[in-house]
Design a protein around this ligand. Structure first.
Ligand code: SF4
Ligand code: SF4
Length: 345
């Protein structure tokens, strides 16, 4: 039998993407059983060989994890072995947790949060990270992760991470439907053509979304409106994205009240508004302007607490100021107010 010469060898495409990411950040990756994952402080990452991996490990995720370690440890960490962290004690555990949060925050918009999940022994922390991994809170890892996220927005990290996550997501889009449930590829999420992840239910459509507004040129999505440009057109029957919210009606106001509380600072009242004469005790004057104030963020005319027994309701609804009468349920300002109080995304 003639001996054939082998000129090329197979490589996992996602591993190639992340090997290139490492190289673009000035990191060389070497494979060795000497360590599961280690960094020498001089630009070389050592990552174990495939045979030593757990079934849910991938070289791609491990490189990504190390890049996130660099980001949360600060730019100078490149010059320190293991990013300056102790891996023999719990001294720097908060940096491991910050790394988890950053890893989740950067991967989520690409539908890769579960695919790029941490596989270390600290996995229970990862599993408990909330939807928004960077939301302010008591956990000291949050501020460190937020700083890492800021560093990730700078060059060269931003370009490298965006390109690598987008390329990984593009492969996921092709493979997902071929992957059995036990495959990591099956936990990737598809993205809507406007950029957000797809809604989990295929039955939900843009036509039933609070962010869709009908105009002369069809239905447009206000959630994905780029600054200074028109809101993009969506089709009523198109599958919704994860930003979908049920269409709002005045029935929702009792549990919302956003526009009457922290959604806005105050209600301006014009000199001709009958409200000023009907309820002078509720109107204040500052710098020549009249307004209804909101001590502690709540309008002085608002009753209720948003519960079923005490829905929000204006005490003077029938004679409310013109600004309140002109306010549209499901209008742009309504959605803004709801977003400000955390009822909308
Ligand atoms: S926010 Fe609503 S209208 Fe916009 S794409 Fe998502 S589901 Fe469609
Ligand atoms: S913000 Fe919108 S839904 Fe909420 S109370 Fe005001 S009008 Fe109603």
């Amino acid at each position: 039998m003639p001996k054939r010469s082998i000129l090329h060898h197979y490589q996992d495409p996602v591993d190639l993407i992340w090997l290139r990411a490492a190289a673009d950040l000035g990191l060389e990756v070497q494979r060795s059983t000497d360590a599961y994952a280690a960094y020498d402080g001089k630009g070389t990452l050592t990552i174990s060989v495939q045979d030593e991996f757990d079934p849910d490990d991938s070289l791609a995720q491990m490189i990504y994890h190390e890049i996130c370690h660099w980001l949360v440890s600060g730019i100078q960490a490149r010059n320190h072995p293991d990013w300056g962290l102790s891996n023999t004690s719990r001294r720097d555990l908060v940096y491991e947790y910050a790394c988890h949060r950053l890893q989740a925050a950067l991967a989520a918009p690409f539908g890769l949060r579960d695919f790029m999940a941490v596989t270390t022994t600290w996995r229970p922390y990862w599993d408990a990270i909330p939807d928004d991994p960077l939301k302010d809170g008591d956990d000291p890892a949050i501020a460190i992760a937020q700083a890492g996220f800021q560093l990730a927005q700078t060059s060269p990290f931003h370009g490298v991470l965006t390109r690598s996550l987008a390329a990984t997501a593009a492969i996921a889009d092709i493979i997902r439907d071929h992957a059995p449930p036990a495959s990591l590829w099956s936990v990737t999420r598809a993205r809507h053509r406007l950029g957000s992840l797809m809604a989990k239910s295929e039955q939900t459509t843009c036509g039933t979304c609070a962010w869709a507004i009908a105009g002369a040129t069809g239905l447009r999505c206000r959630q994905h409106k780029p600054a200074g440009k028109s809101a993009p057109v969506v089709q009523a029957e198109e599958q919704a994205c994860e930003r979908w919210e049920r269409t709002l009606t005045s029935e929702d106001c009792g549990t919302c009240g956003a526009c009457c509380r922290q959604g806005f600072d105050l209600v301006p009242v014009s000199p001709r508004d009958p409200f000023a004469k009907l309820h002078p005790e509720l109107v204040q004057l500052r710098d020549g302007e009249q307004f209804v104030p909101r001590p502690d963020g709540i309008c002085v005319a608002l009753d209720g607490d948003g519960t079923a027994n005490a829905p929000y309701r204006c005490r003077h609804y029938d004679t409310r100021p013109k600004n309140c009468r002109d306010f549209e349920v499901a209008g742009d300002a309504c959605l803004l107010a709801r977003r400000r109080v955390g009822l909308s995304r």
